[in-house]
Design a protein around this ligand. Structure first.
Ligand code: ADP
Length: 195
């Protein structure tokens, strides 16, 4: 029997992961969980957690695994996630991927798809710098920080793809083309793959 869509979206900053994840979650009727969004919302509030994460977000570094795992576990436990989800920005380290694995197996659930959105590195830098220049309003979008975020990605997040590849299939989707084109390819490769 087909299980719910429980999708992990992987890909470097600038790949269009956020945009594609939102569209995909709407098309599949499951919530979009963005740990980046959760952290940005938190950093705008004057909560102790917000104060802790704000400077980390601005630097382009990652918040600690312990912290984000706690934030993630609280979110995924909510009712709307019981019928599936699209994860965007989590897991971002191998330690987080292992924590997600443990959490899901405790709940007797498993991921349905791991997707890697692929875009050449030259295009990535250009895209995130443009996002900064057009004033996305995000504190982490200027050139130096864009470069830092890419560096963090290659160091800590790229190995997550290898982790999943060892366990099974990673669906590769080319991220070049219009938003609609990429979305159609993405949707076709997910719906076409057994769960
Ligand atoms: P992107 O533009 O790559 O989609 P996000 O919005 O996902 O970026 O994340 C923004 C920032 O939030 C990251 O640079 C990082 O500081 C923090 N963050 C988000 N998710 C995680 C995570 N899973 N682990 C650690 N830090 C995270």
């Amino acid at each position: 029997m087909a299980q719910p869509y429980r999708i992990v979206m992987l890909g470097p900053p600038g790949a269009g992961k956020g945009t594609q994840s939102v569209l995909l979650s709407k098309r599949l009727g499951v919530p979009h969980i963005s740990t980046g969004e959760i952290l940005r919302a938190e950093s705008e509030k004057s909560t102790p957690l917000g104060a802790r994460v704000k400077p980390i977000l601005a630097s382009g570094d990652l918040v600690s695994d312990d912290l984000i795992i706690e934030v993630f576990e609280a979110r995924i436990a909510q009712d709307d996630c019981q019928g599936g989800f699209v994860l965007d920005g989590f897991p971002r380290t191998v330690a987080q991927a292992k924590a997600l694995d443990e959490l899901l197996s405790k709940l007797n659930k498993r991921l349905s798809h791991v997707v890697e959105l692929k875009v050449p590195e030259s295009v990535l830098l250009e895209r995130i710098q443009r996002r900064g220049a057009t004033g996305s309003g995000r504190s982490d979008d200027n050139a130096a920080i864009a470069a830092r975020r890419l560096q963090v990605y290659w160091e800590l997040t790229a190995p997550v793809t290898g982790f999943y590849r060892e366990k099974g299939t990673v669906v590769e989707v080319q991220g070049l083309g219009s938003v609609e084109e990429v979305q159609n390819t993405l949707l076709a490769s997910i719906v076409g793959q057994s769960r």
